[in-house]
Design a protein around this ligand. Structure first.
Ligand code: 5GP
Ligand code: ZN
Length: 134
């Protein structure tokens, strides 16, 4: 396998090329230039169904502001980050997965599986979750 630094360099390059070519898909959803099943929105965030659900319930909560990931400078974003979790929790309750349980996931960078570089909280539920995650 290639050394980590080389993998990181190649991945960053690909990411920049793709974003330059097609723009950020989540910003496009926010702007209604791309379709999504919106569950909730307010002045700070938007929540919508994941297009490739990995569980009976699988939705995403994203900030309106384009923040690439938890690796971005997040000072001053404490209220926004808390708000995303509060909305996620409320929607999980509405979806009826609060009692049985659900998982909140924020994949950060390539080796954690991040594919869309606009911060998002995955909420998955409606089935038994295994640990450790793959
Ligand atoms: P990541 O892999 O970055 O943690 O998660 C990105 C998620 O966004 C994936 O679960 C993927 O299915 C979802 N996704 C990617 N493109 C779209 C899209 O155009 N619409 C919707 N609704 N979800 C998307
Ligand atoms: Zn974006």
């Amino acid at each position: 396998m290639l050394p980590f630094a080389v993998r990181k360099f190649l991945y960053k390059g690909c990411q920049r090329v793709v974003t330059r070519m097609v723009g950020c898909v989540f910003c496009r959803i926010i702007a209604r230039q791309a379709k999504a099943t919106i569950l909730y929105e307010d002045d700070q965030c938007v929540a919508f169904e994941d297009v490739h659900p990995q569980a009976p319930v699988h939705f995403l909560v994203i900030p309106r502001k384009h923040i690439t990931s938890l690796n971005a400078g997040l000072s001053g974003e404490e209220l926004l980050l808390g708000h995303l979790l509060q909305v996620a929790s409320r929607l999980a309750k509405e979806k009826g997965i609060d009692g049985t349980g659900f998982r909140a996931v924020i994949n950060t960078n390539a080796e954690a599986g991040q594919t869309v570089f606009h911060l998002h909280v995955h909420i998955l539920g409606g089935r038994i979750m295994r640990w450790p995650p793959g």
